[in-house]
Write a protein that binds this ligand. Structure first.
Ligand SMILES: [Zn+2]
Ligand SMILES: [Zn+2]
Length: 339
């Protein structure tokens, strides 16, 4: 399977939490958590369309001002998601600056902030640059099955975890992944082109197999076209396989129903990014601080059947000893240790 998404930790395992998910076939990206992103080049920041924030402890949200500054003056909309109280916090960040010159901007950068509630409801507010980022157009909506964002090719689901405050964990699920069999295309005498993207879109949106589908390409200054039933094309040149899954879990305690919820969210994930601030010998301290240990993270990854586990949010006390945290996760993930 050719992957569509490429996730990376922005700051390494000791730095502020932030996972940048790049789209390999589009100039677009998503971000999980918004710690310090000063090391992310502006051209990459400008690819962001959606930012999913776990909670607003400073190390997870301090990148907000930098992000806003890079987007100022651009005709873009940026969607941010967070726990209850999030809209107010975005508003306070924006209100800390003076915006008297923005009315004359030719563009209208807009922030859409959504706060999610444990009862399956959500509230979104829009902050328009041109009106000095006053909050307007609040809209309430229901979040079915934890899906906070849904589009044609992927969805993002959130769950509530306990960090003594609500902390959101997220999973990005590509709905299906469509591969094109180039050799079959050649056998049918069909050229590659924009029509293949349209074909993938039609298949992913669940269009009927009987639907006549237009294949088109440019030739000799004109446009050539052929029509075939969608179902024919689907079975002859496409392979539809399960899509990629990327799960992001941070700042939570192992106790209560958190562990079960994490396992469910991360089930079969291709990538599980999960916090490991402490070694298991510090399990009591981890509990007190409402954080996971490396062994607990490894066990969760193993139980979820994740393909790979990427630990992060290492406590600075382990500087120079990071391989101890990494080894503990790996051993628990491989089932070599029992805690
Ligand atoms: Zn925290
Ligand atoms: Zn944290």
């Amino acid at each position: 399977m050719k992957p569509q998404f490429h996730p990376t930790l922005v700051n390494g395992p000791f730095g502020d939490p932030a996972v940048f998910v790049d789209f390999l076939y589009e100039r677009r990206a998503l971000l999980f958590d918004l710690g310090d992103i000063a090391h992310l080049p502006p051209r990459k920041i400008l690819r962001l369309s959606h930012v999913f924030i776990s909670h607003t402890h400073m190390d997870h949200f301090i990148g907000f001002d930098h992000l806003t500054r890079i987007f100022l003056g651009r005709d873009k909309m940026l969607s941010l998601y967070g726990p209850p109280g999030f809209i107010d916090q975005v508003w306070h960040h924006l209100s800390a600056y003076t915006w008297n010159l923005v009315e004359s901007y030719p563009t209208d950068f807009t922030i859409r902030a959504t706060e999610i509630y444990p009862d399956g409801k959500a509230l979104a507010a829009h902050f328009h640059c041109r009106s000095g980022f006053r909050s307007e157009e609040n809209e309430a909506f229901a979040v079915a099955d934890g899906v906070v964002h849904d589009e044609e090719s992927f969805r993002v689901r959130a769950i509530f975890l306990d960090h003594r405050i609500p902390s959101l964990a997220y999973t990005l699920e590509e709905k299906y992944h469509v591969n094109i069999m180039k050799n079959r295309l050649d056998e049918l005498g069909l050229p590659v082109g924009a029509w293949l993207t349209e074909l993938k879109g039609a298949v992913l949106s669940g269009a009927s197999d009987d639907m006549p589908f237009r294949i088109w390409w440019r030739e000799n200054g004109g446009i050539e076209e052929r029509w075939m039933p969608l179902g024919d094309l689907r079975t002859r040149i496409l392979i539809v396989v399960p899509g990629q899954k990327i799960t992001y879990v941070t700042d939570t305690i192992y106790k209560g129903d958190n562990a079960e919820k994490i396992v469910e969210l991360a089930r079969g994930a291709d990538y599980l990014f999960i916090e490991t601030p402490f070694l298991h010998e510090e399990a009591e301290r981890a509990d007190l601080k409402y954080h996971l240990t490396a062994a607990q993270a490894g066990i969760l990854a193993r139980r979820a059947g994740a393909v790979r586990v990427i630990p992060f949010h290492f406590s600075p006390k382990y500087t120079g000893m990071e391989e101890r945290l990494e080894r503990e996760v790996e051993e628990a993930f491989a089932g070599m240790t029992i805690h």
